[in-house]
Design a protein around this ligand. Structure first.
Ligand code: ASP
Ligand code: MG
Length: 408
């Protein structure tokens, strides 16, 4: 017997038939003798609609009321799923975030979970009842207000609940059947990974692999929650996200991710003196622009070029901010290029192997792809290239690192 948290995303509860399908899956686990708690998202599209209504009324709406509105999507699905479970003879009851409670800070719209008391849920599970819990929701006790955890936050809810009830596993049911070596839409010979390390998943999630919300992986890693990603539509094993030690044969590179969410900014002829980087990135931070890759070279004639990436959504704000600081910083021009892609290869095996980056550079050069910016971490190498070569680069790298599976 195991204690399992099952999480179903928006596409898995998109209509009544799918909710019945979810109920059947939950019933199967219950009948296998497991203790089960379920976490659900809103029906797919529901949260988008709720967000839109708030924005239409007022672009600068009260974030506390926004949370009241967007949290309702999950209230609908917990009630419906509880009914569907009862209909097939499974004892179930719904729980909103505040009823457990899932205690968060007061950062409305992107609240952080502070604590969850799992004892009530455990008690109910031991009595044979299935708690059906609203993902995404929390409560801020000081002001007694409903909060939400940020878009995609029900993954985080599921992992946090799994930690709180000391679950053996957190199963995330979604519309893909696992975690792949890369996006199968680009590389049909991408392979499903049986296991992937937390750190690898974290890097992949943060550079564009959209299966799991990044914060949920962070929490799983911290609390050592075993996470399984699997399909809610097909019956096959998924991918397990686990501790590095649990992976017997570690490939050097486990996955390749891409993102077209960033834009490149270059400041031409920045004075080469102390305080300039602090001035540039300080101004950007104050304007809430997230900076990712940064390169600066040795300059000639006491100036240098400085290149970095910001989220595409922040590009206009970044340009505006830098333009305003131009006199003070003393650079010559701002060049912006939104047509870039960041390609990343990730693997814990990199720690103990040399030449990983070079394989990447060679594979790209063989395809005539120019590398604009490079950055590395202990288990990741990322390059910035022209966006038009995204697919070509991903395919070439997938082959270069020996990740191709049998022809589909
Ligand atoms: N319903 C919320 C959203 O669409 C939370 C989630 O689905 O994870 O962002
Ligand atoms: Mg999701």
């Amino acid at each position: 017997m195991a204690r399992i948290v099952m999480k179903f995303g928006g596409t898995s509860v998109a209509d009544l038939d799918r909710i019945r399908n979810v109920a059947a899956r939950v019933k199967r686990e219950v009948e296998a003798g497991h203790e089960v708690a379920v976490v659900v998202s809103a029906m797919s599209g529901a949260t988008n609609q709720l967000v839109k209504w708030c924005q239409e009324l007022s672009p600068l709406h009260d974030a506390r009321e926004y949370d009241v509105v967007v949290a309702t999507g999950e209230q609908v699905t917990i009630g419906l799923l509880a009914i569907a479970l009862q209909t097939v003879g499974v004892e179930a009851r719904s729980w909103q975030g505040w009823q457990i409670p899932i205690v968060t800070d007061g950062a409305h719209g992107k609240a952080r979970v502070e604590s969850i008391d799992g004892s009530l849920l455990i008690e109910r599970m031991q009595q044979g009842q299935v708690p059906v819990i609203a993902g995404f929701q929390g409560i801020e006790p000081a002001r007694n207000r409903v909060t939400t955890l940020g878009r995609g936050g029900s993954d985080l809810s599921a992992v946090a609940i799994a930690a709180a009830v000391k679950a053996d596993r957190c199963d995330i049911y979604t519309d893909v059947d696992g975690i792949y070596t890369t996006d199968p839409r680009i590389v049909p010979r991408a392979r499903k990974l049986d296991r992937i390390a937390y750190e690898e998943m974290l890097e992949l999630a943060s550079v564009g692999a959209k299966v799991l919300q990044t914060r949920s992986v962070e929490l799983a890693m911290k609390q050592r929650v075993r996470v399984q990603v699997l399909s809610s539509f097909e019956d096959k094993p998924g991918s397990l996200v686990v501790d590095e030690d649990e992976i017997v044969e570690q490939p050097i590179v486990s996955g390749i991710a891409y993102s077209r969410d960033d834009a490149k900014v270059t400041l031409r002829r920045v004075p080469d003196r102390p305080g300039i980087a602090a001035g540039v990135f300080g101004a950007l931070a104050a304007a809430n622009c997230n900076v990712d890759m940064i390169v600066q070279n040795i300059g000639a004639d006491a100036t240098t070029d400085m290149t970095f990436t910001v989220g595409k959504a922040d590009l206009a704000r970044a340009q505006d901010t830098l333009e305003k600081a131009r006199a003070e910083l003393g650079f010559e021009a701002i060049l912006a290029d939104p047509e870039v892609a960041k390609i990343s290869v990730v693997g814990v095996g990199m720690r103990s192997h040399a030449g990983v980056a070079n394989t990447m550079f060679r594979a790209l050069s063989e395809k005539g792809i120019n590398i604009q910016v490079i950055s590395t971490s202990e288990i990741k190498v990322s390059v910035l290239i022209s966006a038009e070569y995204t697919e070509l680069a991903v395919r070439a790298l997938h082959t270069a690192y020996g990740l191709d599976g049998p022809a589909a």
